[in-house]
Design a protein around this ligand. Structure first.
Ligand code: HEM
Ligand SMILES: *[C@@H]1O[C@H](CO)[C@@H](O)[C@H](O)[C@H]1NC(C)=O
Ligand SMILES: *[C@@H]1O[C@H](CO)[C@@H](O)[C@H](O)[C@H]1NC(C)=O
Ligand SMILES: *[C@@H]1O[C@H](CO)[C@@H](O)[C@H](O)[C@H]1NC(C)=O
Ligand SMILES: CC(=O)N[C@H]1CO[C@H](CO)[C@@H](O)[C@@H]1O
Length: 510
């Protein structure tokens, strides 16, 4: 009797759990939006949840499966999510009707490091963005070029030392060291020797903690809003403390007044001393409220954190992928080396902001690299119900949307023979024939990557130095194809990128 009772209870609870995890699954069908069939619990993202696939790779599969749809409806576990396939719709959402989609929609406690520019939602995001944009103007970046040159030189010397022993190196981890030390110098005035293993290891550990995927964010896909309601952060205490201490120490060591380094901390100190308070204006359309953000050490630490993480990992990824493609396409490498030599020769080897702009072929090569290896898909969340112009589709308030840059990048419609690495896709003529949203590796619209110019300059300075000293060749460890790491938020290479670094015979002495 008791046994029967327990059995019934068991069956009942299985049913309840099943119902709970499938209760939403009519969502897209009832709205006439096509999409793949979801599984209980996992929705359509089983491989993502089980750490078998990177999010952008999955989104690309959904993108490819529905070539005739403007949008595709999927379920990330229980959360309905819309993938935007049509570039005109993407343009509306990201640019024209941006005010409906200001939020990124990554929900967790926005206290502490959560109050950073990348993760912040509109009420905090807007004042932060307005405040931090002037840090990235041309004039400010010009001042940083010598700092970047210095770090590039140190890195190249380090490369020379280690390649004497082994030519075959994981360029991904090498380049990571450069971008890390470069962003630390430019952001905090921290001068870290490129071979100082201790600190670098600490920084890399921080990165593992903060940009590897974790259970907490999965939980939020199952129970949307749970992290926010529990006031739970996705960043470990260790990480918050590290950045808060770093900011405090740096400010104290400058006695609270700007030094002459002209790095980010200086710019922030200038503003802080003027007593800046950040403020959001009221907008009736989407119902924002007035919100003040005080420029406290915590708020500064949150931005320092995001500049650090966004600044080094993305860059390392792009530069390492570019080296890989150069090794696979020797004729492109030779053409690029010729351009670098010519430009450096014409300026007696002195690298400035202006000469970086003369590297027109390198720009094409970098863009083609970003096409083949975009760092992440673009994410937004609807703040209010939104009717997609020219369709009967309404995106409901709270729905997360993705613009799948990886899917778009490999669409034959925009890029014939997409697997081929061909910088000529970015010739002026080809560029002008393409839809403006067909190439958005830095996002687009008011929420595009704030570090874009910094990134483009940093990578070009470094690659100029690198290619005037080395060329890259494939080695026996070089992978025939690159797999994205399934456990990372960004599209980092799964097993590193192994290449032989060959010192060039004629190096320009700089
Ligand atoms: C190759 C290098 C880089 C790539 C490909 C890249 C890519 C991106 C992308 C795709 C976004 C999302 C844009 C959107 O939602 O529309 C983004 C946002 C952002 N990036 Fe970058 N990024 C790079 C380098 C940097 C650097 C060097 C920094 C900092 C100094 C940085 C800081 C940020 C910040 C703060 C945001 C959030 C902006 C906001 O929400 O207002 N990024 N980046
Ligand atoms: C959330 O937690 C932080 C500390 O982690 C605390 O300072 C803050 O007051 C909490 N906020 C709420 C609304 O409980
Ligand atoms: C445009 O790109 C294609 C490759 O997609 C390339 O073959 C062609 O040469 C490019 N056209 C121009 C005008 O550069
Ligand atoms: C490369 O991409 C950037 C945007 O990411 C764009 O502004 C630039 O015009 C592109 N350059 C070329 C040569 O296509
Ligand atoms: C040098 C370094 O930290 N490399 C890391 C890059 O990211 C991959 C993937 O998480 C790690 O395995 C590497 O250790």
């Amino acid at each position: 009797m008791l046994l029967l009772y327990v059995l019934e209870l068991f069956i009942l609870s299985v049913c309840l759990i099943y119902c709970y995890f499938t209760k939403n699954f009519k969502y897209w069908k009832s709205r006439n939006i096509r999409g793949p069939l979801p599984l209980p619990f996992f929705g359509n993202v089983k491989d993502f949840v089980l750490r078998k696939s990177n999010a952008a790779v999955l989104n690309k599969q959904f993108y490819d499966k529905y070539p005739n749809e403007k949008v595709v409806g999927i379920f990330r576990m229980t959360s309905p999510t819309l993938i935007i396939r049509d570039l005109d719709v993407a343009k509306n959402v990201l640019i024209k009707d941006f005010e409906y989609f200001e939020d990124r929609g990554i929900e967790f406690s926005k206290e502490g490091l959560g109050a950073n520019l990348f993760h912040a939602d509109s009420e905090i995001w807007r004042p932060l963005r307005i405040f931090f944009s002037p840090l990235f103007t041309t004039a400010k970046l010009k001042n940083m070029v010598p700092l970047i040159v210095e770090k590039s030189d140190a890195t190249i010397n380090h490369f020379k030392k280690i390649t004497e022993l082994h030519k075959d190196q994981d360029v991904y981890s090498l380049v990571q060291k450069f971008t890390m030390s470069s962003i630390l110098t430019c952001a905090f005035g921290l001068d870290i020797a490129i071979d100082s293993e201790l600190l670098l290891q600490k920084m890399m550990k921080l990165d593992q903690l903060s940009f590897s995927r974790n259970i907490a964010s999965d939980f939020d896909l199952l129970y949307p809003g749970v992290l926010k309601n529990l006031n739970a952060s996705v960043f470990p205490k260790e990480v918050s403390k590290f950045f808060l201490d770093l900011v405090k120490d740096t400010i104290e060591s400058r006695n609270g007044i700007p030094s002459n380094r002209k790095d980010f901390i200086d710019l922030i100190l200038e503003a802080k001393n003027q007593g800046t308070i950040l403020e959001t204006k009221k907008s009736d359309d989407v119902g924002s409220t007035i919100k003040y953000v005080k420029l406290t050490n915590e708020v500064i630490a949150a931005q320092a954190f995001i500049f650090y993480v966004a600044g080094y990992e993305t860059n390392a990824t792009t530069m390492a992928y570019m080296m890989y493609e150069l090794a696979m396409n020797p004729q492109i490498q030779e053409k690029l080396i010729a351009e670098v030599d010519e430009v450096l020769h014409r300026h007696n080897g002195k690298i400035t902001y202006e000469i970086v702009g003369e590297l027109t072929y390198m720009e094409k090569v970098l863009n083609e690299t970003l096409r083949k290896y975009p760092v992440a898909d673009i994410q937004r969340r609807a703040k209010a119900n939104y009717n997609i112009p020219g369709t009967k589709i309404t995106i409901e308030k709270g729905t997360t949307i993705f613009v799948p840059t990886l899917g778009i990048s490999y669409d034959e419609k925009y890029y014939p023979n997409p697997a081929k690495f061909d910088p000529e896709r970015f010739s002026p003529k080809n560029e002008s024939n393409r839809h403006p949203c067909a190439f958005i590796p830095f996002g687009v619209g008011p929420r595009y990557c704030i570090g874009m110019m910094f990134a483009r300059i940093q990578s070009r300075v470094f690659l100029m130095k690198f290619l005037s000293n080395f060329r890259v060749e494939t080695s026996k460890n070089t992978q025939a194809t690159i797999k994205f790491h399934p456990g990372r938020v960004l599209s980092s290479p799964k097993d590193g990128i192994y290449l032989n670094l060959i010192p060039r015979k004629v190096t320009i002495i700089l």
